[in-house]
Design a protein around this ligand. Structure first.
Ligand code: URA
Length: 423
């Protein structure tokens, strides 16, 4: 069928077949379909959406455009994916904890995207080798019970090509396109169970519960159609997660967390996601997984595993952070009622801790510390955070930090961190 007929069928709201979708992606990669036609197709998807079955076929087509990774080990291999937020260092804590609990975890992570940090960049701040081939991943999982490595160029090249076009045509926000993009880079590993941490709020890509629910359901449904055991938690990102955001600084926080010194919000997210993985893989009940993860973290049992993993891959746990420490003091008295995570994410980029352009180098030692969070009462002049950097205008940074914090007279309602669990 001519591709313009397929565009027309999508434009008119018909459900496309497996063959129509797969053939289109193949021909696009071969250069037989032009960018302008693919752009029109993406816009038709943006407006008409896709059924779960269509999204599955699109995922599969993009996934098969690249390498699949078959890890040969005994046991159920699991994965955790976060849709991204500020201060999200959950991967570094949950992966060694899952290993300790006998659930081997293989995580393929991405670089920073937009205003949010990337797990691969954070890992790189330790100096470790972040890109591993299949054999290396297998070796690392056998040794440590977990592996976190960077998605390579060989994985889902069709997604990269299509993502660039989505970016240029304002079609990034389509839920089926996001679902297929994420899953094409996740389901290429032979994991059996996957949990999604869908972030919602000012520091996340999904700003409303409605969007987050649609994304979480799409990720879970399509993963299940693909034959995986899947679940999701929608978690609050109306303020940064934990006590810091940046690269090296988040690894330092993760080391502390694994030794038992962990903030309540981070503990809650890690244990909830572990509980979901326990339930979906039938390793135990949700409550059992949660409790076991908490015990491991608070007892510090998974710390050595994490440190040895860093050292094995050529990194160090003795990380240094930026030379300039700029204390941010509250300019008002009252309760912190809102924290604009997106604004803080952009502030990290300005301090050098993130990229303005794809080719920019990151200053891994830059970042932010948070001493106060939503619901805390602060006095005028009381420190609420710290900016750690090597470059830039301190006054401008302080003003940006302060304007991300809303301080009001009345105590805000308690934030619900775990907003929903699917299924
Ligand atoms: N992350 C991805 O990998 N793809 C998207 O489309 C959005 C977020």
């Amino acid at each position: 069928m001519l591709f313009k007929e397929i565009i027309k069928r999508k434009r008119d709201g018909f459900e496309l077949s497996d063959g129509e979708i797969k053939e289109s992606i193949k021909r696009y990669l071969k250069g037989e379909i032009s960018d302008y036609q693919m752009a029109a197709f993406l816009m038709a998807i943006y407006f008409k959406g896709m059924t779960d079955s269509e999204t599955l076929h699109l995922t599969d087509a993009m996934l098969r455009s690249g390498e699949t990774i078959n890890i040969n080990i005994n046991g159920i291999i699991v994965d955790k994916h976060s849709t991204g937020g500020i201060g999200d260092k959950v991967s570094f804590i949950i992966a060694p904890v899952l290993a300790e609990l006998g659930l081997p975890a293989v995580l393929l992570s991405g670089r920073a995207l937009g205003f949010t940090g990337g797990t691969a960049d954070k890992m790189e701040s330790t100096g470790i080798k972040v890109t591993l081939n299949k054999q290396e991943i297998e070796d690392v999982v056998k040794r440590f019970g977990f592996s976190i490595s960077c998605q390579t160029e060989k994985i889902a090249p069709a997604d990269r090509k299509i993502y660039a076009l989505r970016d240029a045509t304002s079609t990034v926000e389509s839920i089926p396109l996001i679902v297929s993009s994420i899953l094409s880079k996740k389901l290429c590993v032979n994991t059996q169970g996957i949990v999604f941490d869908v972030k919602v709020g000012s520091g996340a890509f999904m700003k409303t519960m409605n969007e987050a629910e649609k994304l979480a359901e799409g990720l879970v449904n399509v993963s299940k159609l693909y034959g995986k055991k899947a679940g999701a938690a929608i978690t609050d990102m109306n303020q940064p997660l934990g006590r810091s955001a940046g690269n090296a600084i988040e690894i330092i926080e993760s080391l502390n967390a694994l030794s038992g010194d962990i903030s309540n919000d981070l503990l809650e997210v890690v244990t909830t996601l572990t509980g979901i993985l326990f339930k979906i893989t039938e390793k135990g009940s949700f409550e059992e997984g949660k409790e076991k993860a908490e015990n491991i973290i608070l007892s510090g049992k998974a710390l050595n595993r994490f440190c040895e993993w860093i050292e094995y891959l050529g990194g160090t746990t003795k990380l240094s952070i930026g030379k300039r420490r700029i204390l941010v003091k509250s300019d008002k008295e009252g309760y912190i009622t809102e924290i604009d995570g997106e604004a803080l994410g952009f502030l990290i980029i300005e301090t050098g801790g993130g990229r303005k352009r794809k080719e920019d180098k990151i200053d891994y030692s830059a970042g932010l510390k948070f001493f106060k969070k939503i619901g805390n009462y602060v006095k005028k002049g009381e420190p609420i955070g710290e900016i750690i950097c090597n470059i830039g205008d301190s006054t401008a940074f302080i003003n940006k930090f302060l304007s991300a914090f809303k301080i009001e007279e009345n105590k805000p309602e308690r934030l619900n961190l775990i907003k929903e669990i699917i299924p």
